[in-house]
Design a protein around this ligand. Structure first.
Ligand code: CP
Length: 309
């Protein structure tokens, strides 16, 4: 395993498999009356989030606590960042306070890579700008593997705002390395030029491709990262690319419906769709804890995919 988890672009398929196998072992703990194991006792995990988060920050906190690490959350809005402290200085301060691992989310692409060159603590990317969100990619792949047995050979359709989506990028790197066929569909203005070079098929007509997909992963429209005019209106977006009740009828009965959350309900996905029996959206959230436990365990030096009691 590498020292840091910066992205799935950098991760070999065998290391992804190791994380997924270890996450299976972590998920077994969820059925126990007491979920806590002493594996990371004495280790310090710092959550340093410069952007809002519910799922990622909370699940890293739960993952660290269930492994008995000391988990510290830094609320950037209440930190010395507001007094002008630089990112590097904050990271060095966190290191001086004894952090073994720093989980960082930042609005700028590349920040986790910069920190990995700056401090000795292991750096885990919890989402950097439009670049990557590797633990989201891993938990999506983990969820697919749990339901469909394997990822290789499966047809995964990613729908929506690909251009601004770090989730899409991590899914594309991870899924293609593990042998899935990845298709993307969305407004042409929100499909990056040259995406085909990553081994992805860009499809124009959502209704034609929905019946072919084993997995439909719907992305949030990132209104906070949009320039005006990327698509006509939200209503038009829903009409052409939204997963509505009518589009549910086009999906295979055994397909999986995914969304990384948070969702713009009624825009890229209807509430009805999130509650459909093919939806695994809640399970993605639960699996996020197992995957993040596996990442913390392996980056702290654990080698086997079985956790000590
Ligand atoms: N999927 C995801 O990253 O959600 P949060 O922003 O709530 O962490």
């Amino acid at each position: 395993m590498q020292r840091d988890l910066l992205g799935l672009r950098q991760l070999e398929a065998k290391d992804m498999e190791l994380i997924l196998d270890t996450a299976e072992a972590c998920k077994q703990l969820f059925n126990r009356p007491v979920r806590k194991v002493p594996t990371l006792r004495g280790k310090v995990v710092v959550n340093l989030f410069y952007e809002p988060s519910t799922r990622t920050r909370t699940s890293f906190e739960m993952a660290g606590k269930w492994l008995s690490a000391d988990v510290v959350n830094i609320t950037v809005a209440a930190s010395s960042v507001v007094k002008g402290e630089s990112l590097k200085d904050t990271a060095r301060t966190v290191q001086a306070l004894g952090a073994d691992m720093v989980v960082i989310r930042h609005q700028a692409s590349g920040v986790p890579h910069l920190l990995a060159r700056t401090v000795d603590a292991a750096i885990i990317n919890a989402g950097d700008g439009t670049n990557e969100h590797p633990t989201q990619g891993l938990l999506d792949i983990f969820t697919i593997r749990q339901h469909l047995g394997q990822v290789a050979g499966k047809r995964v359709l990613i729908v929506g705002d690909i251009l601004h989506s770090r989730v899409a990028r991590s899914n594309i790197w991870g899924l293609t390395k593990l042998g899935a066929a990845v298709m993307v569909c969305g407004p042409p203005t929100l499909i990056p030029v040259g995406l085909e070079k990553l081994g992805v098929t860009v499809v124009e007509n959502l209704d034609e491709v929905l019946p072919l997909a084993d997995v439909v992963n719907v992305l949030r429209i990132q209104l906070e990262r949009q320039k005006a005019g990327m698509f006509p209106t939200l209503r038009e977006y829903t009409r052409r690319w939204g997963i509505t009740g009518e589009r549910l009828a086009l999906m295979r009965p055994d397909a999986l419906l995914m969304h990384p959350g948070p969702a713009n309900l009624g825009v890229e996905i209807s509430e009805e769709a999130t509650l459909d029996r093919r939806s695994v959206i809640r399970e993605q959230v639960t699996n996020g804890v197992a995957v993040r436990m596996a990442v913390l365990y392996l980056l702290s030096g654990g080698e086997r995919h079985e956790l000590a009691d």
